[in-house]
Design a binder for this molecule. Sequence first.
Ligand code: NDP
Length: 466
Amino acid sequence: MGSKTVSPPGTKVTGDYIEEVMLSVKAKNSSEPEFHQAVQEVLESLRLVLAKHPEYREARILERVVEPERVIMFRVPWFDDQGKVQVNRGFRIEMNSAIGPYKGGLRFHPSVNLGILKFLAFEQVFKNSLTTLSMGGGKGGSDFDPKGKSDNEVMRFCQSFMTELWRHIGPDTDVPAGDIGVGGREIGFLFGQYKRLANEFSGVLTGKGLGWGGSLIRPEATGYGCVYFAAEMLKTRKESLEGKRCLVSGSGNVAQYTVEKLLDLGAKPVTLSDSSGFIYDPEGISREKLGWVLEWKNVKRGRISAYTKQFRKAVFTATDLAKDSNPLWSVEADCAFPSATQNEINAQDAKTLIKNGVKLVAEGANMPSTLSATKMFLDAKILYGPAKAANAGGVATSGLEMAQNSARLSWTREEVDDRLHKIMTAIHDTCYVTAERYGTAGNLVNGANIGGFLKVANAMLDQGLV
Ligand code: NDP
């Protein structure tokens, strides 16, 4: 087998292998900046690996791992409540199945496109590998916006979406879960339609309701896991979360349970946000206030700005898209937990966070920091927990849900939480030790990328050219 990269026509030959793979990714996947960003970050870490392992280059593992095994894109027609026809686009990216069935969430948000889902699916491959469970990587979703839709509209959309998707998935093939815009309600409608079409009751989706195959702690898992990961990072500096002021962005699933676990560990969360703006509560978001947020967001489906009407000391700042920074990150704090969406922390925000003395950033959201923001955190040597490690608790607990479904058993809350905690500690250890082994102690970005890659790459070598 030759070892030279085959570049599409017009791609520059630079003599730098990683650069050439990157140029080829950009040429083949133009107009997908988020995908380029995710690949670039991983490939830069892998420079350290390729120097020690020529066999990966020989087998073109990098060129193969950036190419999805399969991309499914489909029409999703549905009737709205006025009887008008609506048409959305559905996707499933089956990225890599070297270490298990494809696994990853579905995102329903108007910003969804092929490039965003490819970035998420690519990240998912390494994240799932880090969990120590047998799960390949995938991601899917639609540009459908559940905001402002009635329950019946959401149901009709989910049924139409699943009418195409069901033939591509299965408990041993591809197991989707929730993500932005896909929570318990949507998983219920999707599961119902799958069951009807496939004529089987199986663990084909995770995030299911407790009464029909769901796992305790799955709703809490990403947020709890992210805080467990943060606590592990702090331990390496002999510190804890006790008394720390914490910034949390978003107010959905990940943000809500990040706040809950921060409270459990004695920290003081002071912010939450949604796409309209953020609230700052100088007195802290207590358990009682969080209870109000859960009801408001998950049942009434309201906007976070209403928090200030309920809790008068809090202040709401509306989103200003003309600004080149996000003012949430200028609130003074010790720790930051971005839990909304990709690229919500840019270089300017990172500068502000570092200037204000933030000593820890743990990413609940996927790729919330731009490449330059990430570099600034690493250069400043603050504790920086990258998404594919810090938010892996969600998919890990999905893996535990799959295990319970296969065994037709339900574990207790304590048992699942204990397993989640142990997995997050193990992921932190893997990242920490791998970063050290490759000569970049403390750099958990390298630790996570390399740690996640090795298991997948070795499985690909073992399984031949498929
Ligand atoms: P939710 O839909 O429950 O909540 C998303 C939150 O982020 C909402 O407050 C939403 O505000 C806000 N948000 C979404 N998009 C934007 C945007 N473009 N600009 C500003 N705010 C935005 O999703 P999750 O909490 O599940 O997901 C949040 C992040 O965590 C995502 O990056 C997701 O990929 C990641 N993640 C989720 C996991 C899970 O288990 N759910 C697992 C691992 C990662 P609004 O309502 O106004 O849109």
